[in-house]
Design a protein around this ligand. Sequence first.
Ligand code: NAD
Length: 451
Amino acid sequence: MTDLINPATEEVVASVQATDLAAVDAAIERAHIALAAWREVAPGDRARLLRKFADAVDADLENLARLEVANSGHTIGNARWEAGNVRDLLEYYAAAPERLLGKQIPVAGGIDVTFNEPLGVVGIIVPWNFPMPIAAWGFAPALAAGNTVVLKPAELTPLTAIRLGELALQAGIPADVFQVLPGKGSVVGQRFVTHPAVRKVVFTGSTEVGRQIMAGCAAQIKRVTLELGGKNANVVFADADIEKAAATAPYGVFDNAGQDCCARSRILVQRSVFDRFMELLEPAVQGVVVGDPADDTTEMGPLISASHRSTVAGYIEPSTRVAFRGNAPAGPGFWFPPTVVLPSSPTDRVVAEEVFGPVVTVVPFEDERDAVRIANDTDYGLSGSLWTNDLGRALRVSRALEAGNLSVNSHSSVRYWTPFGGFKQSGLGRELGPDGALAFTEVKNVFIATT
Ligand code: NAD
C-alpha cells in the first residue's frame, strides 16, 4: 500500500494498492478479450455510452474536484475546471464514432474505400501534474474509436483516475473496456511498453522517461504518442499592451504552482520597455493569492511533494539574482513562493531546464529577430505566448517560433477543440482537436473489383 499525502497539509489522504506485474498482465488480457465486443458496439450506441459517462462525470464533478484538491493540492477553481474538462472531452469525442467516415477513392476497375479501424488495447501513462485532463485526452478519443484502454495514473495522484474508472462502469461502459491500474511506472507503465497486446502507448511525462518509452516501443513497432516537457517563452514586444502583458504574466507561469508543461517560464521583454515591464510585474507577482487550495479565492497552491519542492529550490543557487518574490504560507505543506529571476547567462540551469515550479526568468531582447532566436534556443518546443499589437508581427513570429501551441495576447494553450503537442523534444504526435480519434485508428484500404 502507498500512502498518499495532501500537499497542502502533509496529512495522509488515502492508501492505494499498487498493481503488481501479474495483475497488469491479467488486466491487459481482459482488455484484449473485451475488444472484440466493444469494437462491434454500433456507432450510435458507443456514442450514447460515452455521453452517459460524461453525464456521470458531471454529476460527480464536485466530488472529483475535492478529491483532486486533497490528493494534488490543485486550487478548487482549477480542479472544477479539470473535472469539467473530462466531461467535455467525453461529450466532444462521443460525436466521433458516428463520424469515422473513411474515404471513397476513385480508382480504375472497382471501388476503393478506407476504414478507420481501432488499434486494439491502448495503454495510457499519466503524470501527476494534471491527473484528470491528461487521462481523458487519451481515454476519451481512444474509447470513441473502438479501442479498449488500460490507464496508469501517476504514483502520487491516482485518486481521481480510480474514481473515473468507477464512473465509467456505473455509466454502462462494459467491464474491462476501461481499466485503471495504479502502480509504479517501472512495473505497470513498463509492461504497457513490453506487452504485445498493447498496440499503442500514450505517454505524458518527462522527456527523459519519454525517450525510454519510445525506445521500448521500437522493439514491437508499437504506436506511441509522447507529450513531454516544455520551457516556454512569453515574448513581450514594445508595441504590446504592456500593462496587460505584465498583469497576466504571473498566471501564464504560476498556475498550478508552475507544474505545467505549458508554463511560460521564460519571459522575454523588448529592451525599450524592460524597466517599465518589471515595475508592473512586481505588484502582479505579489498579488498572486497563494494558500489553502480548497479556498475559492486561492490562485496558487503548494507543490506536489517535499522532494519536488527541494528540486525546485535547488534552481535558486546562492549566486542566483532574484528580482522579487511573491508570498507563500508558513507551516505544513510543500509551499514555494512565486519567484522572479534575472539570469546571468543563457546557460544558467534555471534558464535551460524545465523547473516545473513557480520560478520564472526575465531577459531583455533587442528586436524581432533576437526574440525569435532566444525563444527557439531550447531543445523543447511545446507552447508559448507573444504580446504585440502588430498583426503582421504576430503572424511572422508565430510562424518562426518552433513550438506546437502558441497564443497571441493571451496564455491559452489547451482547448479540446484544437490540436495539442510539441515540436522537438517536447513530444511526438498530436492529441485533441477534430482529428483526435484518428490517432487511435489504423487506416485500412479495401479495393473491390467491379469488373
Ligand atoms: P515522469 O516522466 O516521471 O512520470 C510520468 C508517468 O510515467 C508516471 O505515471 C510514471 O509512473 C510513469 N513512468 C515512470 N517511469 C516509467 C517507465 N520506465 N516506464 C513506463 N512508465 C514510467 O513525469 P512526472 O514527473 O510525473 O511529470 C512531470 C513531467 O511531465 C514534466 O516534464 C512535464 O513537462 C511533463 N508533462 C508534459 C505534458 C504535455 O502534454 N506535454 C503535460 C503534463 C506534464
